[in-house]
Design a protein around this ligand. Structure first.
Ligand SMILES: [Fe+2]
Ligand SMILES: [Fe+2]
Length: 279
């Protein structure tokens, strides 16, 4: 790894120490691993932080996730969604907290991609549509972090996009030597997010590279493009990323299914307005 990369990685991983990330997440992970705790115990542990619990519940119940049942408590959330999804929601609430004021457009983009990923997953009958929504929500995690941690570099990146017309990924690569998908992977790994979520974060722009979870990666890839094409939120540049044919083939969406997905996206996003699910 070049010096520049190593230095950037260090800077980004320091984010772990920011107060916005709940220290109790480790505690909870340990409790889950030890298997000595029941779901109710863990629910109670999370509920101690009331502000966070309220946010997690609001997010879980937002129209974007489209869970069929109302999630009334954290214990219920753990039972219905599983620990990994709840952990993802906790991280999302914490990390995106720092983004929402400075960058509503990216928050909207992320929520849009969560919605579209869930709809695509349902259309192709993936067993775990919630996981797909979460992968969509977190796919541009690297952008959030770059904006929060590397202010000066971000200014140069934005300038390249605005003045030279580069895509955000090209501009990131030019200034930093890597792009937000790698940053997202670093972070996802250091937070020990489940493997299934790491590949969609890392490869949503190059889905052909995914080895362990190519299907979920393809779902997020297509969702990202659809939301950019629809013009919802702000992904950082005015361009719609190129569609990977292999990913589209893998998803095996019939024209009818695709139409249903498009209708669903239009319906949900048109109705979303400014209420982005409780952040
Ligand atoms: Fe991206
Ligand atoms: Fe994106």
């Amino acid at each position: 790894m070049s010096d520049q990369r190593a230095e950037a990685r260090k800077k980004i991983q320091l984010l772990k120490n920011l107060p916005t990330l709940p220290g109790m997440l480790e505690q909870i992970s340990r409790a889950v691993d030890s298997k000595r705790f029941t779901v109710a115990d863990i629910g109670k542990l999370i509920s101690r932080d009331q502000v966070l619990s309220a946010k997690v519940l609001k997010l879980a119940n937002s129209a974007f996730f489209g869970f069929s049942r109302k999630v009334g408590s954290l214990t219920q959330a753990l039972m219905l969604l599983g620990f990994d999804v709840v952990k993802g929601l906790i991280l999302t609430s914490s990390v995106f907290e720092m983004m929402k004021e400075r960058d509503m457009g990216l928050w909207e983009h992320s929520m849009g991609v969560a919605t579209a990923s869930g709809l695509i997953a349902q259309a192709i009958k993936l067993p775990d549509a919630e996981e797909a929504s979460l992968a969509g929500l977190l796919h541009d995690l690297g952008k959030v972090v770059l904006r929060a941690q590397m202010d000066e570099d971000m200014q140069s990146i934005v300038e390249l996009v605005e003045v030279e017309g580069l895509s955000i990924r090209q501009a990131e690569a030019e200034v930093l030597g890597f792009d937000h998908s790698l940053v997202g992977q670093w972070l996802a790994e250091s937070w020990k997010l489940p493997q299934e979520l790491i590949e969609p974060i890392r490869w949503h722009h190059q889905p052909g590279e995914a080895r362990q979870n190519p299907l979920l990666t393809a779902v997020v890839h297509l969702a990202d493009i659809m939301v950019r094409g629809y013009g919802y939120g702000d992904g950082g540049d005015p361009w719609v990323p190129a569609l990977d044919r292999g990913a589209l083939q893998l998803l095996n969406l019939t024209p009818q299914k695709l139409e249903r997905v498009v209708d669903g996206i239009c319906q949900k996003l048109a109705g979303a307005g400014g209420d982005m699910g409780g952040q």
